[in-house]
Design a protein around this ligand. Structure first.
Ligand code: PLP
Length: 382
């Protein structure tokens, strides 16, 4: 199956039917341990589910294929994946360079959790290559952390150019590919070393499971991270891994519809009197449009707007939609609306990562396009 196109691999890789019953869907191995044929006689290489479980292996095999990587590891959450990776590669005194619009939870993890163990960080505008170069010149810059499109202003940064800058100082180049998903962007092919996912979002795709993953090409690094996963234990449970695998089967078609709906909404909001600015990389006026067109195979389902009436009007808009549900998170089939300043980005208020208080973020689902546009319009009218 590895030679097939993305949509075929998404449905079949790691998903061979059950040889004993013919069940087309492999069973969920809801088990903690595996019986041994005599001490050390493991039937399928599995011993205890913290170390490995066939349902998790299925998902990991699939994720590695979809990102074009050698190995994948599946975790209890996106942040658990990030934590395992960073603990595998960093030592006290090391330095991480991050985008100044990085996911707030990533910043909190590196700044407050790893910071307490002597990890230093610098946040920088990843679209400014000179600024990145000078941030990386710091002694012991070990990791360059890239997120594109970024959250919530959908900035696009150049993965290939940034990977070159990172590699020039010997840093590991990590891309959080949560927003694009592997259906729209494959950072390993652009020079990145490691992919991070919150599989909670587009990969799972149905807002019913929390999970995370890493995709790594280097066996030695993958072994190190796998050791942390085993030793610290932040694995994904069998049911969670199975739900994620099930979600991924429809990823290719979902991403097309997410992108088409978001494009239509973005275009319908340009010039609307209640909207000051629309941030969507599919709009030709977006500063990252050309780069996104080169680096991605679709513009994705996330967009943000700046509301003309300020914070109060923005909040009112977020509370007035009917199809779009007011909730954190993103990437599910159902459309969500959020007020980043007090929701997803509340943890970075008062820092350099603060989001303006008139920004509203939409995670555009795969409902009917006309219903979504009508919903946004009636909410803005209020
Ligand atoms: C949600 C998210 C994370 C964190 O993932 P969890 O599954 O919530 O731990 C990391 N990066 C991005 C871009 C996210 O949207």
């Amino acid at each position: 199956m590895t030679d097939h196109a993305f949509a075929t691999r998404a449905i079949h890789v790691g998903q061979e039917f059950d040889p004993t019953t013919g069940a087309i869907i492999p069973p969920i191995y809801q088990t903690s341990t595996f019986v041994q044929d005599g001490v050390g006689g493991l039937r399928g290489g599995y011993e205890y589910s913290r170390g490995g479980n066939p349902t998790r292996t299925s998902l990991e095999t699939l994720l590695a294929s979809l990102e074009g990587g050698k190995r994948a590891l599946s975790f209890a959450s996106g942040l658990a994946a990030e934590d395992a990776l960073l603990r595998a590669v960093l030592e006290p005194g090391d330095h991480v360079v991050l985008g100044n619009d990085v996911y707030g939870g990533t910043h909190r993890l590196i700044n407050r959790v790893h910071g307490a163990w002597g990890i230093r960080n610098t946040t920088v505008d990843l679209t400014d290559l000179d600024a990145v170069r000078s941030a990386l010149s710091t002694d012991r810059s070990r990791v360059l952390w890239i997120e594109t499109p970024s959250n919530p202003l959908m900035k696009i940064s150049d993965i290939a150019a940034l990977a070159e800058l990172g590699h020039a100082v010997g840093a590991l180049v990590v891309v959080d590919n949560t927003f694009a998903s592997p259906a729209l962007q494959n950072p390993l092919a652009l020079g990145a070393d490691v992919i991070v996912h919150s599989t909670t979002k587009y990969l799972g795709g149905h807002s019913d499971v929390i999970g995370g993953a890493l995709v790594i090409n280097d066996d030695e690094l993958a072994d190190k991270v796998q050791f942390i996963q085993f030793a610290a234990g932040a694995i994904s449970a069998p049911m969670d891994a199975w739900l994620t695998t099930r979600g991924i089967k429809t990823l290719a078609v979902r991403m097309q519809k997410h992108s088409a709906n978001a494009q239509a909404i973005a275009e319908s909001l340009v010039g609307h009197p209640a909207i000051e600015a629309v941030y969507y990389p599919g709009l030709p006026t977006h500063p990252g449009h050309e780069l996104a067109a080169r680096q991605m195979s679709g513009f994705g389902g996330m967009l943000s707007v700046a509301v003309a009436g300020g914070a109060a009007a923005a909040r009112k808009f977020a509370e007035s939609t009917e199809v779009f549900q007011l909730a954190e998170s993103l990437g599910g089939v159902e459309s969500l609306i959020g007020y980043p300043a007090e929701m997803t980005h509340a943890s970075v208020r008062g820092t350099e990562l603060e989001v303006p208080d008139n920004i509203i973020r939409l995670s555009v689902g795969i409902e009917d396009e006309a219903d979504l546009i009508a919903d946004v319009r009636q909410a803005l009218a209020r």
